[in-house]
Design a binder for this molecule. Structure first.
Ligand SMILES: Nc1ncnc2c1ncn2[C@@H]1O[C@H](COP(=O)(O)OP(=O)(O)OP(=O)(O)O)[C@@H](O)[C@H]1O
Ligand SMILES: [Mg+2]
Length: 332
């Protein structure tokens, strides 16, 4: 997503980037989200890391053609970070010297309120992308309940002006979240989830992953296709707690293009890149003293970009050299 500058630095204008891949899969997710937003409901893309949630949220927001505020949070995030806060004091001093022999001074000290992104979005009808919102604690998001249901922003009572603000009719909200079992993620309150429509996103389909790997690396669709098939086969093995996502496809494709390597099992640079990106060395499962991950990867490489009688080097140590042992793979 390209960001076009806006006079308020906390507000973005999003424009679709040239390497954004639009397939039937992406289109379906986009159209569903736009339809729900049009009906007045917030949309929530929920799913594991690397499944395209943030990219989709930004793509959908760009379609709405309104300025966007993005909110990123952490465990320390609280309601005032969303809404606004009193940041310092403003002091005014009037010196009245109308009668020369008499000097009257009057001093006024008032708190200065600064709107934060949620308030700005509600006031001007912007689109809010609240990325990975469940990284903040549930109570930080209480203020959203009345915004999403009654379209009323309940501001702290001691704010300079009134305590309530009507939410602008064009305000829309797009949320993303990671699964609750992820590190650093909090359980979301049911009342908030109940106010939004959740679209569960998983890994993209093959066509979309190929399109993305090709668009990001400049490799041909054929080469990108072989890389995506390797990653997808590896994903299916279920040997990693967090299986490789489309990011792994992009990484292998980009590095392969940069190294000038061939998408071929015989190319040592390509094999090495796959081993590193797919984090083969972190797989602790062994069979007969040999790493299952390395063996399976060799099989997958041979199947997707090798010859049927390819002989795989078994062990690759840190500096990329092999111990010369051979695993004789005879594919179909
Ligand atoms: N339609 C698309 N076209 C081009 N690239 C895409 C598309 N969808 C996703 N990507 C790319 O895939 C990668 C993962 O996408 P993204 O960062 O949106 O995933 P995510 O689900 O938000 O991950 P996380 O939970 O880790 O934040 C990014 O490099 C992104 O640029
Ligand atoms: Mg994301």
């Amino acid at each position: 997503m390209t960001i076009v500058s806006h006079e308020d630095p906390s507000v973005l204008m999003l424009k679709q980037k040239a390497d954004f891949v639009q397939t039937a899969w992406v289109q379906n997710l986009t159209e569903r989200a736009l339809c729900y937003l049009q009906a007045g409901y917030p949309v929530h893309f929920s799913g594991p890391a690397g499944t395209g949630k943030t990219t989709l949220a930004m793509h959908v927001a760009a379609q709405l053609n309104r300025p966007v505020v993005m909110i990123h949070v952490d465990d320390e995030f609280c309601s005032s970070d969303l809404v606004g806060d009193h940041l310092g004091y403003r002091s005014t001093r009037v010196v009245d010297n109308f009668i020369h022999s008499v000097v009257k001074t009057e001093e006024n000290v008032s708190k200065t309120w600064v709107d934060h992104r949620l308030t700005t979005a509600c006031k001007f009808g912007l689109t809010m992308i609240y990325d990975e919102f469940n990284r903040s604690r549930a109570e930080a998001n209480n203020v959203l309940l009345s915004i999403l249901e009654e379209r009323l922003l309940d501001l702290p009572a001691n704010r300079v002006s009134e305590g309530y603000m009507n939410v602008h009719p064009t305000f829309s909200a797009i949320f993303t979240s990671n699964p609750e079992e992820y590190a650093g993620v909090h359980k979301t309150q049911d009342a908030l989830l109940d106010r939004m429509i959740t679209i569960n996103v998983g890994d993209y389909d093959r066509e979309t992953e190929i399109g993305i790997a090709a668009a990001k690396s400049g490799l041909s669709l054929d080469d990108a296709g072989r890389i995506v098939d390797i990653v997808r086969d590896f994903r299916e093995l279920g040997v990693h707690q967090h299986p490789p996502t489309v990011r792994a496809c992009i990484m292998i494709a980009k590095v392969t293009a940069l190294r000038g390597a061939r998408v071929d099992v015989d190319d040592p640079d390509f094999r090495e890149t796959c081993r590193d990106v797919l984090r083969i060395d972190t797989i602790k499962i062994t069979r007969d003293g040999r790493s299952v991950g390395a063996d399976r990867l060799n099989e997958i490489l041979a199947r997707n970009c090798g010859t049927s009688d390819w002989t795989a080097p078994l062990v690759c140590n840190g500096n990329g050299t092999t111990n010369g042992a051979g695993a004789h793979y005879h594919g179909n």
